[in-house]
Write a protein that binds this ligand. Sequence first.
Ligand SMILES: Cc1ncc(COP(=O)(O)O)c(C=O)c1O
Length: 438
Amino acid sequence: MTKTGQSGQHEKLAIDGGNPAFSGMAGKPEPKVGVSEFLMIAERFGFSDEAMGRLRETLSDADLGGGPHLGRYYGSASPSMGDRFEALAREKFGVKHAYAVCNGTCALQAALMAVGVGPGTEIIVPATGFIATGMAGAFFGATPIYCDVDASLQMDPDKLEALITPRTAAVLPTHHWGFVSAMDPIVDSARRHNIAVIEDCAQSPGATYHGRPVGSLGDIGCFSISSYKIIGGGEGGMIVTNDDRLFDRIRQAAEAGGLWRPDRFAKPRYDGELFAGSNYRMSELESAIDVIQMQKLDGIVSRHRHIWKRIRERLSNFQEITWQSSNDPDGDIGYLMRFFPRDHALGDKIVEALQAEGIGARCRGPEAGPDWHLYRYHFPLFDTAKEHCRPECCPVAADLYERCISISLNQWWSDADCDAVAGGINKVLNAYCTRLKA
Ligand SMILES: Cc1ncc(COP(=O)(O)O)c(C=O)c1O
């Protein structure tokens, strides 16, 4: 059919066999991430100038075509890096489901959304750990209720049950700084009251409790894979669970665009499947780094465990100090050696002398400034109308945390290094304390 325009001239439509108006692009596309951007990323890895020069030479002629697609869906290599990271997490943490997110805080938020934490509810968190745990709940209008700790510096299970109220939606034990919480009594108390257990494993991936990996002991486990953790990409997080329905809710919370669903636009398959969530998806770049990090986890954990044990076995006992207790000495990672001197004055002397021996020891002391790892400084979260959300509600944590002497243990120490460090600790404690008979 021939059509007549306003000018009265006829032009044959492509659909009728005429020439197409636009028969291929003449403009030259540039990839979203090309060679120079790729090299900028490489610069962040700390290669020497010489190595960077060699990379530049090798890559200068490289053809990246359209450039990489760094999202998880549509065009990523299959399996995506996110899929590979999650498969490793399922294997390492012994769980049915794993979901990668952009950081540990978002992991906690998605887990809390999944178990129904919202305005008017309460969550129970330990008095030592990190502010992100309580803050993740406060973000949704919940009140963090602080549970005091015991000499393991973990949530004291004997104090937990008294804090549970009809408003309690979840308890979140944090496995603090490489040591594990007393999960059996915590889970028992939570089950008796039908409340969810969300483990905050940000500081202890790879730790175990009675042989089972942390993260797999409660209902949901949350991890941070940030640069500051024992395995670290840039900013990353992981959520694990064995529960199918909770897993759907975690993904709805963390990927509310519904890309995870068999049919993303379908009506809910059951009550509670769909709700207003957010987008906490991990990028493919971060996943690529985290795949490598996960493969290093076992080595890191076993080196730390060996070093902690080798040093601890060589230490004597002293009247004026108490060693940090453990809920599972075989399960802790142990990247810190910690003990409590009788008082701050003694602590100051010990720390000074250890540092002079070349041993990196520190103690906060009573004059130290705010620290988000101790509840009494969580002032943005306090609800002083509640007895257990105030700066003075957990006296044991306040005392032990500020009196504690911590010695950082380096996973790369040789046996000779460990023996020298153990010898130095004994030497200092012998000088200032009374040695107890073995
Ligand atoms: C116990 C604990 N929970 C949660 C987080 C938050 O993780 P991210 O920094 O990845 O958001 C941290 C980070 O330091 C942490 O130590």
